[in-house]
Design a binder for this molecule. Structure first.
Ligand SMILES: NC(=O)c1ccc[n+]([C@@H]2O[C@H](COP(=O)([O-])OP(=O)(O)OC[C@H]3O[C@@H](n4cnc5c(N)ncnc54)[C@H](O)[C@@H]3O)[C@@H](O)[C@H]2O)c1
Length: 441
């Protein structure tokens, strides 16, 4: 088999790996995907996509002829020399990134021998590529080349982000290896940043840390807005029109969650600390994010008094809309805090079945928003699913015991809700309509 004909391997077929594999197939490559999760591979072989990502099912279907799925390393390595690694790197209790899965993949590949090009898509701390190569050299393994190719996709828009990214970052120890990876992206129109492995690793962490900083920054501005009667939505608009600032990630809310920001910010802070540098800014970013969720409890108490016995409905539980991912979702902390306060918690999320869920002990999940808010003393918009913008608010008011709405994502229309008889509170959205505060009405 000459190199052009060989399929590309993808190890770890979660949100990043599956999207990578399917998009590489879409670009014309044959792709073999390996995962240790047998049920996941079985499902994919049957054509069932085990995660929710808009457009993914169709793309898997369209490219089925170029895709195969396996749990066998022998089968993978018999065919593939280039291997994308996209296993998870969750946080350890110390806040460092857990590299055990990455290490396991490298060991599986190394001990089977042969010449391989490892392309690291998993987010790994700066220095990981160099450590892996030094360890392989120490073990006498010399057939492995390593390239860092961090992934920046957003769940919910992952396919678009992979096929039309803002940039492709390729960090390599040799130009030749970098060229080979760059060639695999033929057909994707994006600036390519070619650099060293540690710099590529740092670009990923610095990017996520910066976006998280922007979110915590605007959330603090929102909190000050609440004190002084300004409206953060207009403040953010006015700021974002400045090209040096940019409009993205200036949306105040109850904080960031998900599988990347919390762990990557923590890991960068930890990495700096391990190297002897105290990253003060990130320490504050993390703390602001924790406190932001808890402010919802304060707002509920402000309107309802003691929450013992109160019935609170949470709308949206996934960490953001258009995904089924619940990792580090704000809803988990919020539900637990509310239960701790003695409240009864109900919830609805378009991705979750009615009944109960292990991440939300004691919380009743309902199939419809209107069922979740029935007899509630307050509802909290936790995740900005578009369907919540189109709710029949007259019916919601009718169903609730008390018409209190805490809009944790600033997606509802405060004036419309107040007119409909609700007590509305957003994040950094002043208590009175702007026209009233400014004296023009
Ligand atoms: N999810 C995102 O939005 C996103 C975006 C950019 C980067 N990343 C990074 O990409 C990496 C993967 O993230 P994800 O969200 O796709 O994770 P995920 O948990 O959805 O998927 C990881 C997959 O790897 C498999 N796996 C674990 N150990 C394995 C092994 N030894 N061999 C083969 N397969 C194994 C798991 O079974 C799982 O299917 C992480 O480092 C993450 O930080 C994620």
């Amino acid at each position: 088999m000459n190199e052009e004909q060989r399929p590309i391997g993808v190890v770890g077929v979660g949100y990043v790996g599956l999207v990578t594999g399917v998009c590489l197939a879409h670009l014309g490559h044959r792709v073999v995907c390996l995962d240790v999760d047998e049920a996941r591979i079985e499902a994919l072989r049957r054509g069932t996509v085990p995660i929710y990502e808009p457009g993914l099912e169709k793309l898997v279907d369209d490219n089925a002829a170029r895709l195969s799925f396996t749990t066998s390393h022998d089968e993978l390595l018999a065919q593939c020399r280039v291997l994308f690694v996209a296993v998870d790197t969750p946080p350890t209790p110390s806040g460092d990134a857990d590299l055990s899965r990455v290490r396991r993949v490298v060991d599986e590949i190394a001990h089977r021998g042969g010449r391989r090009l490892l392309v690291m898509k998993s987010t790994v701390p700066v220095g990981t590529g160099a450590h892996i190569m030094a360890d392989l050299e120490g073990d006498g393994v010399d057939g492995i080349t390593y390239v860092s190719n961090p992934e920046f996709l957003r769940e919910g828009a992952a396919i678009e982000d992979f096929l039309s990214p803002d940039r492709i970052v390729i960090g390599s120890f040799s130009d030749e290896a970098g060229d080979e990876v760059e060639a695999l992206y033929r057909g994707v129109d994006a600036p390519v940043v070619r650099t060293s492995v540690p710099t590529a690793e740092m670009i990923k962490y610095a990017s996520n840390a910066f976006l998280a900083t922007k979110i915590s920054f605007v959330n603090e501005i929102a909190n000050v807005c609440e004190e002084v009667g300004a409206d953060v939505r207009t403040v953010a608009e006015g700021m974002g029109l400045d090209h040096r600032i940019g409009a993205h990630f200036l949306h105040a809310g109850i904080g960031f969650g998900g599988s990347c920001f919390p762990k990557d910010v923590q890991a960068l802070k930890q990495l700096a600390g391990n190297s002897g540098y105290h990253f003060q800014l990130l320490t504050a970013v993390i703390e602001v994010n924790h406190l932001q969720k808890r402010r919802v409890i304060g707002k509920l108490k402000h309107h309802l008094g003691n929450l013992r016995g109160a019935r609170i409905a949470l709308l949206g539980l996934t960490f953001k809309p258009h995904t089924d991912d619940l990792r580090e979702a704000a809803s988990i902390v919020l539900a637990a805090r509310l239960r701790g306060e003695g409240a009864t918690v109900t919830a609805h999320d378009p991705m979750l079945s009615p009944g109960s869920h292990e991440l939300f002990p004691g919380v009743d999940l309902f199939a419809e928003p209107l069922e979740a808010v029935r007899d509630a003393d307050a509802l909290v918009v936790v995740t900005e699913w578009p369907e919540f913008l189109r709710l029949d608010w007259a019916a919601v008011k009718e169903a609730m015991r008390r018409p209190v709405v805490i809009d944790g994502r600033n997606v509802l229309d405060p004036d419309a809700l107040r007119e409909a008889g609700f007590t509305y509170e957003g994040v950094g959205v002043a208590g009175l309509p702007e026209a009233v505060r400014s004296g023009s009405s």
